[in-house]
Write a protein that binds this ligand. Structure first.
Ligand SMILES: [Zn+2]
Length: 160
């Protein structure tokens, strides 16, 4: 896992423009928005991925966008010093009422509903440190996918 670059050491979230209106529903002090990070509206997926990497943030977006190709490419291309490990992705359905319901209690309810991965219930800290994708369907059911660490890091090493 890449060493501390800048930003918070603890898990935190970078909100893409399409979900910035949800900032107040995230745990206090843990959410940054693309606007506050000075990413222009024209910022590419790659720009946002790079910012998330620099700030060691889990990207949060709505399901109208797919960051996975940009994340995979970034991890492959970044190299070793520091390595390109990323910090997870949360994909929310693009319906405001559903988003509000999902994020009630500042992500605690949603965390409690995450299905086990390799026999362990994921926490937001683990989503962050292991680069998991949490995708929530309109029904509210979350799915968790391991996006994997960069090619230089052993995914089996516990980092949290
Ligand atoms: Zn790495």
């Amino acid at each position: 896992m890449s060493k501390y670059l800048s930003g918070d050491k603890a898990y935190n979230f970078l909100l893409d423009r399409n979900v910035e209106h949800l900032e107040s529903l995230f745990p206090r002090g843990r959410a940054k928005t693309a606007t506050k990070e000075r990413l222009p509206p024209s910022a590419s997926d790659r720009d946002i991925v790079e910012q998330a990497w620099l700030r060691q943030s889990t990207i949060v977006t709505a399901d109208i966008k797919d960051f996975r190709p940009a994340m995979v490419k970034f991890q492959r291309q970044q190299g070793r010093r520091p390595c390109g490990c990323l910090f997870g992705l949360i994909v929310l359905p693009n319906v405001y009422e559903t988003q509000k319901r999902l994020l009630k209690n500042r992500l605690n309810d949603l965390q409690a509903r995450l299905p086990s991965v390799d026999g362990t219930k994921p926490t937001w800290s683990r989503v962050h440190s292991r680069n998991y994708m949490v995708r929530v369907k309109k029904s509210g059911n979350p799915h968790v996918t391991k996006l994997g660490l960069c090619p230089d890091c052993d995914p089996d090493i516990e980092t949290d």
